[in-house]
Every structure is written in structure tokens, then in C-alpha cells.
Design a protein. Structure first.
Length: 145
């Protein structure tokens, strides 16, 4: 997911990862207030959290993100844009009642959110990665085990 469209504080907003200051809407649990968190970390930005805006589900499940105290969150976006392997951007709507899966992490006072992605096979899709889409009741480690 390279870009997202969402509603926050009654306003239609867009966020693109490559822009400094990119933020995503985050909901940690049902009924919780939605907050905007910094979306990952770009090269050259201050901080101790990983550079990039994505966390592979397989790496989270393998414990590679444990040192950052990962918390599963929902990203209530209306639509997201992803780039295919040829570099073309395509927009996709998120079905009502579903969310892009996020992973909120922290080191000290630094707090950011990363988009949880699934590994993609070049034989089955034209995308190198794909955001994990979940229903409101699914958990980050669902299916692990």
C-alpha cells in the first residue's frame, strides 16, 4: 500500500508513504477513538524503528518484530493504492466492515504504524506485496501456529 484515502475529523484525507509526515488512521480496538500515527519511517528520518512502511505478516509471526512491542491495529481506510511490478499505481476500495491490518510499534517515545503485508507469488499476482485485509474481529497472529 503506497497511498491511502480515509476520513478523519470529518475531512476526506489522502496520505502517501513517500511524503514526509505521512500518517495513517489507527483504531486499536472496537469503539476506540481513531488517532493518526506516523506511517513507518523514511530513509533519513530520525528514529530507532525500522525504515520502511510495511511489516510482513510472516516476519511478525516469526517474532522478528517482537523487540518493537507490536500491537495489532485496524487502519480504517476507504481505499488504498498499490503499485504493480511495472510501477503502475492502482486504487482499490476497502469493503465496509473490513480494514487494512496495521502493526503499531514503539521504542521509547517513538511510536509508528506499519502496514501488515502478505507475501505475493509472481505466478499469481502482479504485485510484490499486498496489504492484509481483516474483519473487525480478526487478530494480527490469526492463523499462526
Amino acid at each position: 500500500m503506497w497511498a491511502a484515502r480515509f476520513i478523519h475529523a470529518g475531512q476526506d484525507r489522502h496520505s502517501r508513504f513517500e511524503h514526509g509526515g505521512a500518517r495513517l488512521p489507527v483504531s486499536a480496538r472496537q469503539g476506540a477513538q481513531i488517532v493518526l500515527l506516523p506511517w513507518g519511517r523514511r530513509p533519513g528520518e530520525q528514529g530507532a524503528l525500522p525504515v520502511g512502511g510495511w511489516a510482513r505478516l510472516t516476519q511478525i509471526q516469526a517474532g522478528l518484530w517482537d523487540k518493537f512491542a507490536p500491537k495489532p491495529v485496524k487502519l480504517p481506510v476507504l481505499a488504498f493504492a498499490e503499485r504493480d511490478v511495472a510501477g503502475h499505481q492502482q486504487w482499490f476500495a476497502v469493503t465496509r466492515g473490513q480494514y487494512v491490518q496495521g502493526c503499531a510499534v514503539r521504542v521509547g517515545n517513538e511510536r509508528r504504524v506499519y502496514v501488515v503485508t502478505l507475501d505475493c507469488s509472481p505466478e499469481t499476482t502482479e504485485f510484490e506485496r499486498w496489504p492484509r485485509i481483516v474483519a473487525a474481529c480478526e487478530r494480527l497472529h490469526a492463523g499462526a501456529g
